[in-house]
Design a protein around this ligand. Sequence first.
Ligand SMILES: NC(=O)c1ccc[n+]([C@@H]2O[C@H](COP(=O)([O-])OP(=O)(O)OC[C@H]3O[C@@H](n4cnc5c(N)ncnc54)[C@H](OP(=O)(O)O)[C@@H]3O)[C@@H](O)[C@H]2O)c1
Length: 254
Amino acid sequence: MEFNFENKVIIITGGSSGIGAETAKMFAQYKAKLCLVGRNESRLQNVAQHCELISGNVPLCILVDLIQAGSCEKVITKTIEKFKRIDILVNCAGKLKLGTLHESDIDVFDELMAIHLRVPYYLTQLASPHLIKSKGNIVNIGSSYLERYKPGFLPYNVSKNALEKFTRHAAMEMVTEGVRVNIINPGMTRTNLIHNLNIDEGDVNYAYDNLIAELGLKKILEPKEVAKLILLAACDMMPNMTGSSLKIDGAVIV
Ligand SMILES: NC(=O)c1ccc[n+]([C@@H]2O[C@H](COP(=O)([O-])OP(=O)(O)OC[C@H]3O[C@@H](n4cnc5c(N)ncnc54)[C@H](OP(=O)(O)O)[C@@H]3O)[C@@H](O)[C@H]2O)c1
């Protein structure tokens, strides 16, 4: 079994870092044409250069804050302008913000719902005419913590659960159009997600040590492994795999 992504046009939000960046590099190995979306210019350019070296194809880089008005439209318009089609949309952009009902501002909820639900919803809506033409597919990135109740994770978990429900519903709506929609739910993965909480290095290590203690395998996943599952969901080998929620987490103990 070999993947065939040659000349497929693939949009990856969150392509500048972590899981999205590894996914981009892996798609580049199969000569895909990439549209990489992120906010950090140097990281985005770095990933793009890496992909170009691997595939020979120059990625389209779109530097936007996706939760700002007009950003999702820009992603789809620019991709169509450059590549004339869309085959796969990977909704990977996301962030972790800790919060509780009583101690957090409503802005935390709004931001997480925006990046984990509204943005994938709107990009799906805008990309769907193109995906219907190409009989393409969408891969959303959720979280293996969907079923867990952990202090501080309320807004994050609610937003990822909403994305999971959206995935199943969208899959049902688009199945007759030949468009698949799936969600990958990774466990704790070594990326910039925890660093972006703006805590110092010692606290990052402390967080990882505590999180590792909860994991069946007692180790953090590497983003490459999650990327492999994303490619598996996005490939054409399983045309009936849609509306699926695929977990990869090393047997987290609930
Ligand atoms: N790491 C984990 O343990 C883990 C576990 C389960 C699920 N996930 C999910 O996996 C996905 C990828 O996260 P990661 O772990 O790879 O973290 P990461 O290394 O921090 O990457 C997050 C990506 O999302 C982008 N992003 C965030 N907010 C954005 C916005 N408003 N507009 C545009 N881009 C935005 C970031 O762009 P810039 O850096 O350029 O700003 C970055 O490319 C997220 O949806 C996350 O919730 C991660």
